[in-house]
Design a binder for this molecule. Structure first.
Ligand code: PGA
Length: 258
């Protein structure tokens, strides 16, 4: 039996939109508000960003706000959740390429304020690099916002089933479902890297605000498990149930089994 107070606050955290555009516009507006609030304070806005098909509509709207409504990103510092390993930034499938094409190339954000895990490191150098990634986030005062998708494995970032609640940025093995879902991008599952560098569950949970966006019927089953299932490392997204500062923004199809 779940605690009633927790149940109610979880219910309030769920926003369901009739379509993907409505959900994306809501999240983009929230991010724009954070950026503007920080501008008024003369501060940086520290944004944790995600890749994949899900956030594309959010990024499209942020680009529109910049190009048509004068929203500046000069005070924005970004940290991406993850990157495949190994992966060279110029590759078509790299998250560096994704972020440039979908967002950064169209904004006025200074290049040195962008952080994406480096998929070119030697194995021995990775842990020190990951520790530094964590330290940089801390040095900026922590993430003001983390944008998340959710994988059908239940992952957030590339924190696959078995990831611990106190995990930090690190090298991980990718789950079978995740590699299956990436197979189109790579021209076959065998070509999908078996590893990635990802922020940890703890890194994500420490963000001051979290927006988990899930769109389409493909996500309905995992959304039901993530929001209604027992909290467990087997479905890493369930750890978010323990937080007050999470919003789940869904389209009707992703919410259909709730
Ligand atoms: P998707 O990936 O947006 O491409 O569905 C989400 C995720 O794996 O986190």
């Amino acid at each position: 039996m779940k605690n009633k107070v927790l149940e109610n606050s979880l219910q309030q955290a769920i926003k369901v939109y009739s379509n993907a555009d409505g959900a994306s516009l809501y999240v983009a507006d929230k991010i724009a508000q954070i950026i503007k609030r920080k501008q008024e304070l003369g501060d940086f806005a520290i944004l944790g960003l995600a890749t994949g098909s899900t956030p594309k509509g959010v990024y499209k709207e942020l680009v529109r706000l910049h190009q048509n409504e004068g929203l500046s990103f000069q005070n924005v510092v970004t940290f991406n959740l993850d990157e495949y390993y190994p992966m060279h930034p110029v590759e078509e499938q790299s998250y560096v390429t994704f972020m440039r094409q979908n967002l950064f190339n169209h904004l006025d954000i200074p290049a040195h304020q962008i952080h994406i895990p480096d998929g070119t490191l030697s194995l021995e150098g990775i842990q020190a690099y990951c520790d530094l990634y964590e330290q940089k986030i801390k040095d900026f005062g922590g993430l003001d916002m983390q944008l998340l998708g959710i994988g059908r494995s239940g992952h957030i970032g590339f924190n696959e089933p078995g990831s611990l609640k106190d995990s930090m940025t690190r090298l991980v093995n990718l789950n079978d479902i995740t590699r299956e879902d990436a197979s189109d991008d790579f021209g076959g599952k065998d070509r999908v890297p078996t590893q990635a560098i990802t922020m940890g569950i703890q890194t994500i949970m420490q963000a001051k605000q979290i927006f988990l966006l899930a769109l389409s019927e493909r996500k309905a089953a995992i959304i039901q498990q993530a929001l209604r299932g027992e909290i467990s490392a087997e479905v890493p997204a369930t750890f978010l149930q323990q937080l007050e500062h999470v919003e789940y923004i869904l389209d009707q199809k992703a919410a259909s089994l709730l």
